[in-house]
Write a protein that binds this ligand. Sequence first.
Ligand SMILES: Nc1ncnc2c1ncn2[C@@H]1O[C@H](COP(=O)(O)OP(=O)(O)O)[C@@H](O)[C@H]1O
Ligand SMILES: [Mg+2]
Length: 404
Amino acid sequence: MVDRRLNPYTPNAGARPFALAGRSEQQEHFQVLVHRLARGYTEKSMLLTGLRGVGKTVLLGDFARVASEIGWRVVEIEVPRADTDAEFRRQIAVGTRKAILSLSTANRLREKARRAVSVLRNFTVSVDPDGKLTAGITFEPAPGEADVGDLPQDLTDLFLSVGEAARESESGVVYLIDEIQFLTRTQLEALIMALHKTVQKAVPVTVVGAGLPQIAKLSGDAKSYSERLFTFAQIGALSADATRDALARPAADAGAQFSADALDLCCETTQGYPYFVQELGYAAWNMARNSTIDTAVIQLAEPDYTARLDASFFHVRLDRATQREREYLRAMAELGPTPHGAGEVAGLLGRTVQQAGPLRAGLIKKGLLYSTADHGLAQFTVPQFDSFIKRVMPTLTVTPMRSR
Ligand SMILES: Nc1ncnc2c1ncn2[C@@H]1O[C@H](COP(=O)(O)OP(=O)(O)O)[C@@H](O)[C@H]1O
Ligand SMILES: [Mg+2]
């Protein structure tokens, strides 16, 4: 009898899995990045992109651990859906404040850290007139730094002063920014400009971002810098070997094992999507009657797996859509899991592109679809959403347009 309390699978957003499988390339890249910066070299940072549930947040968490282990300070930011520049400044400031303070000894701020605090104060003046974000730390004003009210310039001043403070303490700072697709173009460009300067001055500060494949379109300098500053790493499904590893290793550590057939079946069912792998592992563990998980157990676990996935992963998203938007999704599903053009989907709904346009825009805004790099195409933001939609809406019906 398998003990449910010892279930080693982690089907939750951002939950670090017991076996972080198949990401050694990205892990190694990050190791190289921070170690090189720590030695005063430069190195490309990373922008991780991929669908929901592939493990972007988990990877950022892993990077946070690696950076902390070598004594770096980590600023973790999750960009909210409707971000404003004021909120963006506030989030950067809160994290940066903690980083600066922890760089210094308990009761004494070192010289560069004192300067960094002054720059931080200027950085937050517009969003925090009472000075709450810098309360309790004394500093001299740093005239002319980070107070021009221009985000790229202010962020650059902040990163440089924080970088110097970090270097003074033989440390570094990494900003881990999750849900970067919610950054406005101005915010993303500001980050890129600021990072560009930190690279030029070789200060130990870097930014790693993660988000949906749809990030703000950049132009001009920001575009060319971003190509030089970042490696765009696409995070997707795990390979079959990595999927087996993600399932077998936690089981082995807890004294159980999968049969080879069972692992093959799991690869097929989950298509290697990390969130699905965790849900299936979780359901299978609870279904097992002894320490061997074979194909019969997986088959028994499948209804439970599907039900949990529907409830936790799919329905929460579908619930945000209106009836007409659901019909739009159903038409997308009819066409299959690949990206589709606006004309194609509208055609299937018997509407014009203009009539269907607001539905498509609404679904993108609600995070159910994203527009891919090839213009005009849209795709589901979660894997296997097409089969889910077909399951809950077996036929494609269309609410007639109201006549005017
Ligand atoms: N490399 C991995 N190996 C095994 N499981 C993983 C891996 N990465 C993520 N997971 C699991 O997948 C799920 C989704 O991870 P998360 O980081 O929240 O995805 P995302 O941020 O891309 O939406 C979590 O349940 C997590 O435990
Ligand atoms: Mg995430």
